[in-house]
Design a binder for this molecule. Sequence first.
Ligand code: NAD
Length: 362
Amino acid sequence: MSYRVTLIPGDGIGPEVTEATRRVLEATGVSFNWDVVHAGAGVQEKYGTPLPEHVLQSIRKNRVALKGPVTTPVGSGFRSINVALRKELELYACLRPCKSYPGVPSARKDVDIVVVRENTEDLYSGIEFEKGTPQAAELIKLLAETHGVAVRADSGFSLKPISETGSRRIVRFAFSYARANKRSKVTAVHKANIMKFSDGLFLSVAREVAREYPDIEFEDRIVDNMTMQLVKKPQQFDVIVAPNLYGDILSDLCAGLVGGLGVAPGANIGDRLALFEPTHGSAPKYKGLNKANPMAMMLSGLMMLQHVGEKDTAWRLEKAIADVIAEGKNVTYDLKPDAEQAQAVGTSEVADAVIKKLRESK
Ligand code: NAD
């Protein structure tokens, strides 16, 4: 059987880490039929948009996509195509596993946390009122009438909608993921003591959903306490579920705990479609230098293997990557101690080393 997968190489370091990952995935013995399509600033001129319709169509048809990072140029006039992809395809769950691999220079050992972040609501909804506009003035007037509050006339606003539907969907996703992956606890993160009608709603829905999964332990934490607990005692957490903004921040914090962006994979998942991509961006300063660590992208490919049901192959790939990291020889600059920077290898050499391990494990 051959899996048809949409492949978006991205830009910056994207094409290099994507190529390294494609080679490694093919070396597992699983057969892929790649549907290569492009998105981002590079296609803007040709198609009049950085996210052409045929890219969306390809993902809708294949249901599975592997994507390299794409640059969002500052002040270019287009919003992040990453945000647009998640919205257009209803990829409401962002899944970010953060796991310690022996050999990675990191602040903490024995961390194995999965952050489940809501992807469609909260302060990322894009509902904003710019300072000084008639719409902002109208909102200030409404707030004075309905809440009796005097908001400063020179204020700008970003709204934070959190729905019962969106909360139920993401918390159920987190519990189902925990059950399917033999994880024992879900921690919901919020600031319900202050934002009663948004985070408070998220928390009350999370408590309700938790009752549907009596086999999984449930707890909740206020987000500020959560950041401190994660730094001090990350081992106490298993699956974390959070609204968009807290999930975004906590997933980077967890990535930092286990050694940084070079080893932080991710997935954006909806009811029908799934898109796998590393947490890191396009790191333009390393473009074309054969320097970036491809492991975050390879681990995203591994998540894709798990998603399509190739669990044994995913396990073999994880072991191959872990062995290369543990040996510490064929790793990129970010996984080398300061004194050994000169011995760091490049992106494609990491792929060669992982492929060698895969062949040895057959
Ligand atoms: P970035 O993740 O691209 O880079 C930050 C720094 O992290 C780099 O300078 C580098 O030192 C390090 N780094 C990142 N990936 C690495 C890797 N694979 N190996 C080794 N080191 C690595 O973040 P940024 O500079 O804030 O963003 C650059 C661009 O990427 C922006 O346009 C941003 O919008 C975009 N971006 C895209 C995605 C995505 O496509 N999903 C995600 C985040 C950022």
